[in-house]
Design a protein around this ligand. Structure first.
Ligand code: AMP
Length: 274
């Protein structure tokens, strides 16, 4: 596996690759969720590039940019073992110049839910994903449904800008108790980890209600909010269609149920696709 820290090193390493390229962009502190994307990329492509870059432009003022877990040695070992060809770990100055041209998140989809709670986050996310997709030259790029709105926006960016890459959505990986894996789970104490289960429990309850024939989204949200009380602060419990428009009735095959809540100082998100 080649470790590339500059654009030049990445381009040079890519010259040696023949056949299809799968790409998995991450912010590192890799866990089984990331690994599932990497493994799928390895299965479906001749070569795989993984990036580890904690992107400053997608963090808002006061968010956890400095505290975000960084585990370069462990990440390198995980990628090496998984059969990754190139691990791209650029510095900030490799990725940005001072006066950048920016693309913005779309007015509706980009400013609801996560976009409303974290204004500007998606602009920075799309900016870096555009750069990384272009640099990787990938045929396919793998993203988790865990970040459902991010996935929808990246899919839209690729469509709107006629980018020549296939975006592959991947299932959410959870621990044995149901907690969706996240690098931010490292912040949780064991007591907080228990209470963090409120998110997946709320989603499970919602799914059960839908399966039992309850399709009224207000009724479902009320029950979810009741379960989410175990968290310290609820950002939202939402039921939207696959275009992220709020809906009154669940439509099987076109619905995403999402939650965002704080446990202690940690902000967690989770969702289920119905
Ligand atoms: P991050 O390092 O948090 O930016 O995540 C990198 C990629 O891994 C994104 O596409 C995420 O959606 C995906 N990902 C993170 N956690 C999970 C998980 N628990 N299951 C599946 N994919 C995940």
């Amino acid at each position: 596996m080649v470790i590339a820290r500059t654009i030049e090193e990445l381009q040079k390493a890519k010259e040696g690759l023949q056949g299809s390229i799968g790409f998995v962009p991450t912010m590192g502190a890799l866990h089984q969720g990331h690994l599932s994307l990497i493994q799928r990329a390895v299965e479906e492509n001749d070569h795989v590039i993984v990036s580890v870059f904690v992107n400053p432009t997608q963090f808002l003022e006061g968010e956890d940019l400095d505290a975000y877990p960084r585990r370069e040695a462990a990440d390198t070992q995980i990628c090496e073992r998984a059969g990754v060809d190139i691990l791209f770990m650029p510095t900030i100055d490799q990725m940005y110049e001072p006066d950048e041209l920016c693309i913005g998140a779309p007015a509706i989809r980009g400013y609801t839910l996560e976009g409303q709670k974290r204004p500007g986050h998606f602009d920075g996310m799309l900016q870096v994903v555009m750069k990384l997709l272009n640099l990787s030259g990938a045929d396919r790029a793998y993203f988790g449904k865990k970040d459902a709105q991010q996935l929808a926006l990246i899919t839209q960016m690729v469509r709107n800008y006629f980018m020549n890459v296939e975006i592959v959505p991947c299932e959410i990986i959870r621990d044995e108790k149901g907690l969706a894996l996240s690098s931010r789970n490292a912040y949780l104490s064991s007591e907080e980890k228990e209470r963090a289960l409120a998110l997946s429990r709320a989603l499970k309850r919602a799914t059960k209600l839908v399966m039992a024939g309850e399709h009224n989204t207000e009724t479902i949200k009320k029950e979810m909010l009741d379960i989410l009380k175990e968290a310290d602060r609820i950002d939202y419990a939402a039921i939207v269609d696959r275009d992220f428009i709020a809906i009154e009735e669940v439509e099987i095959g076109n619905t995403i149920i999402l939650v965002a809540a704080w446990v202690g100082k940690t902000r967690l998100i989770d969702n289920v696709w119905i």
